[in-house]
Design a protein around this ligand. Sequence first.
Ligand code: NAI
Length: 330
Amino acid sequence: MRTITLINGDGIGPEISSAVIKIIDAAGLKIDWDVQTAGADVIEKEGTPLPERVLNSIKKNKVALKAPVTTPIGKGFRSVNVQLRKSLDLYANLRPCKNLPNVKTRFDGVDIVVVRENTEDLYAGIERQVDENSAESIKIITREASERICKFAFDYAVKNNRKEVCVVTKANIMKLSDGLFLESYRKIAEDYPTIHKCEILVDNLCMQLVQNPTQFDVLVLPNLYGDIVSDLCAGLIGGLGVAQGANIGADYAVFEPVHGSAPDIKGQNIANPTALLLSAVEMLKFIGEQSYAQKIEKALYKTLEQGVCTKDLGGSMSTTMFRDAIIANL
Ligand code: NAI
């Protein structure tokens, strides 16, 4: 039996992760979940929201499913998510954005995969106050990180039968930094003759995405543009309750929804488990459990097609009722 680290998170985390684990179990896939607590709830006892044992568990098991974790504001704690990405060198942030049945959005047929570089760019955290009236942030782009994220995007495209990988930059203005990212894309692209190439500036991409998003397939972007564009794409498919994600590195992978711990609806049994469930489906594909991934995805689609959904999508189902409807459709 495969062992996978499970971070239940806090806020709505335990409610949605319990639903997802029950669905995977009902699908017939036996997983030994190595449950690790993290976040606000463990700070008092262990002095940090991300104890070493959590990292050790992921290092041992290689793969983790993670529910959201609260980042305390103004207490000097770094975000658990940022720490996880850094400590495990999870360099690729993967966000597939695809329309779901019966989830009302502006466009049908959206099926975009955002591949965001996760380790550098303006997120390197190199900032300084120049004087009272000015500050600087340094944008770091390296050939090594750019080539590996572009290679990740092309490999993903090949593995998942995607047709095109489009690179997104502002290389007309940041000729050196974004220019290097673009140059890296062009070099890596040569190794993938079957995948269509495309280059677009980030401002034009944003306009095109809100006018005609179905023209895009896989997008590869430096960290900051990737962060912004992936939220835009989440909005295209129905918002936070359905937006899945993953952070993937050479050795480890952490699958998690885009949304946070939603303290405003904590404990009310109304949170939508779909984003975490779809993250889990992507995780199952990643570990080679394609048939279970498809089975669960099909049951989720069928449930939504039946008009059964949680409050955030306009329905009236509680988290547990929605879970049971999916289980009945497996
Ligand atoms: P949030 O994503 O938790 O909530 C934003 C809004 O969306 C809220 O109204 C919430 O009720 C709703 N929402 C989110 N997920 C939902 C779901 N599954 N079903 C139904 N409604 C849902 O963002 P917010 O409030 O800015 O952050 C809360 C905490 O979460 C913060 O401490 C933040 O640092 C943390 N956070 C953690 C993340 C992670 O662990 N990956 C990611 C983003 C935020």
